[in-house]
Design a protein around this ligand. Structure first.
Ligand code: ZN
Length: 207
């Protein structure tokens, strides 16, 4: 797997998903980080925590940054590859952390919490926003999304990250999940589909 540097994740970037969890639609991007250890191939058996409440799937478009952000740079200049991945979330743990006003790391940063399919060349923001992506669980559609429905499109997200936190080659960005998140069960067969083509599959193992 390509060497990954910072793993930025965007919360509530699709209005329908923000509302399904009872959250306000944000006025600027909500950003959190995952440890690099979270990033693993979306393939084979995916071992996840089975004793900390529900593990929710969040299917997302993931961007890989190829060069240092400079003010005004557009996504099409910064991104060289994209893929689909899951921002896996211990939802019960996250609810408790939110209630107590604590950071989300324990809910979002466990090992294997960011499985990603193989990288594909980035087709450009316009082409990417014209394609749909989908997560299937045991053959049924669980989530379906399209970048055109994002509250903050790619260039806006990357400018925000670049200016606030820094953005450089090797950073990856999970761009938020559409509606339809829900719990995984041991033995679930997962498949991610980009523009009608399967790009990865794996099986869940809750330990
Ligand atoms: Zn997410």
């Amino acid at each position: 797997m390509t060497q990954v540097r910072n793993v930025y994740c965007i919360g509530r970037n699709y209005a329908l998903h923000a509302r399904e969890l009872g959250n306000e639609v944000p006025k600027e991007p909500i950003v959190f980080l995952k440890p690099t250890h979270a990033v693993v191939p979306f393939a084979g058996k995916l071992s996840l925590p089975g004793t900390a409440g529900e593990v929710h799937h969040e299917a997302e478009i993931v961007l890989r940054i190829a060069k240092r952000y400079e003010r005004g740079a557009a996504a099409d200049e910064l991104v060289d590859a994209m893929t689909l991945g899951l921002d896996l979330t211990l939802r019960d743990v996250q609810s408790a952390l939110k209630r107590d006003g604590h950071p989300w790391l324990a809910a979002k940063g466990f090992p294997n919490s960011a499985p990603v399919c193989p990288w594909m060349p980035f087709p450009g923001s316009a082409a990417a926003a014209a394609a749909e992506f989908e997560l299937r669980i045991n053959g049924k559609t669980a989530q379906r999304g399209c970048a055109k429905d994002m509250l903050f499109p790619f260039s806006r997200l990357l400018a925000f990250l670049g200016e606030r936190f820094g953005l450089d080659a090797g950073d990856v960005v999970f761009t938020g999940t559409p509606a339809g998140v829900g719990p995984l069960s041991s033995g679930d067969a997962l498949e991610l589909i980009w523009d009608g083509t399967p790009v990865g599959s794996c099986t869940v193992e809750l330990l």
